[in-house]
Design a protein around this ligand. Structure first.
Ligand SMILES: [Ca+2]
Length: 323
């Protein structure tokens, strides 16, 4: 389902901006470390970024806790350490999550995730990975990387264990060329509450796009960026230690309601890993819209993707409470 973009003007500006980033990643990091004071203009375009503290998380994690005054709430086995938040330790059958308490009403945003996945397990003997969420519900434990199934919103998965591939192997089946995915693998899914995430197939039936991301046991920092601008979802990663963003997923026509929650979660089963989140930084992006775009980009009440039919949500509660 992955799609590429036409050469629209704003996208060209984004591309230019990205290449500018590649050359000045250290500067960017320095800016980020000291940012939060007003807007930061990137490049010569019209785009401004504002760090939104109420949706961001960084050391020393003072806003994390269980109380109602905390900006971020922990769940399950998640633990606050001095240098990171550990969603799960490298032990079997653990699950943990971290949820922002403040709903996000921004139209255009970018979430930068600094994370680390590491453990004792050798190749393909580790799991299961972590997920990043922008969803209607929060703090709902379940089977999808520690979060509920049939979620409503966006899920981005950093899946470290190839369940489907292992099953195929056990049945002595081979993939046809071009079908096999190499793990760890990043994929994205948009759900209106009607779809189940198929864990046995690593989400293949519902993925919007994906890419291989060798992210385990690395000695340098690994980052993921989820950008949502003008209904265009872009996911990039910086996992090679080169301070460069690499494209992973691009999907136009993604309609996400406002007022959802950001979160991250992880689960281990028979196999395990340490799944650590070092920081989550949410930027408001200000972009210009033409009057036509303003009309087109009206608020929606259920997540959907253009040209992709999702089954109707089984629960009408999402839009109209049943009397
Ligand atoms: Ca998997």
């Amino acid at each position: 389902m992955a799609a590429t973009l036409g050469p629209s003007g704003w996208w060209q500006r984004w591309r230019r901006r990205l290449s500018a980033w590649n050359g000045s990643r250290m500067l960017l990091l320095l800016l980020l470390l000291g940012s939060g004071q007003g807007p930061r203009q990137v490049g010569a375009g019209q785009t401004f970024e504002y760090l939104k503290r109420e949706h961001s998380l960084s050391k020393p994690y003072q806003g994390v806790g269980t109380g109602s005054s905390s900006l971020w709430n922990l769940m399950g086995n998640a633990m606050v350490m001095t240098q990171y938040i550990r969603l799960t330790p490298d032990m079997q059958s653990k699950q943990g999550a971290l949820w922002n308490r403040v709903p996000c009403f921004l139209r255009d945003w970018e979430l930068q995730v600094h994370f680390r996945i590491h453990g004792q397990g050798k190749k393909n003997l580790h799991g299961d990975g972590l997920a990043i969420w922008y969803t209607k519900d929060r703090m709902q434990p379940g089977p999808v990387f520690g979060n509920m199934d049939k979620f409503v919103g966006l899920g981005v998965f950093v899946d470290t264990y190839p369940n489907e591939e292992k099953q195929q192997e056990a049945q002595k089946r081979r993939y046809s060329p071009g079908v096999q995915r190499v793990f760890p693998y990043i994929s994205a899914m948009v759900n209106n509450g009607s779809l189940s995430y198929d864990h046995e197939r690593d989400g293949r039936p519902t993925e919007l796009g994906g890419c291989t991301a060798i992210v385990r046991n690395l000695h340098y920092d690994t980052f993921l960026v989820i950008r949502y601008v003008k209904r265009h979802l872009t996911i990039m990663m910086d996992i090679d230690g080169k301070h460069e963003w690499r494209d992973c997923i691009e999907v136009p026509g993604v309609r996400l309601p406002r007022g959802y929650y950001f979160g991250t979660s992880s689960i281990t089963g028979d196999l395990s890993d340490n799944h650590d989140v070092i920081s989550l930084k949410l930027f408001e992006l200000t972009v210009e819209r033409t009057p036509e775009e303003e009309k087109l980009h009206r608020d929606v009440f259920l997540p959907s993707v253009d040209n992709m039919k999702l089954p109707e949500a089984s629960t009408q509660r999402l839009t109209s409470p049943r009397l």
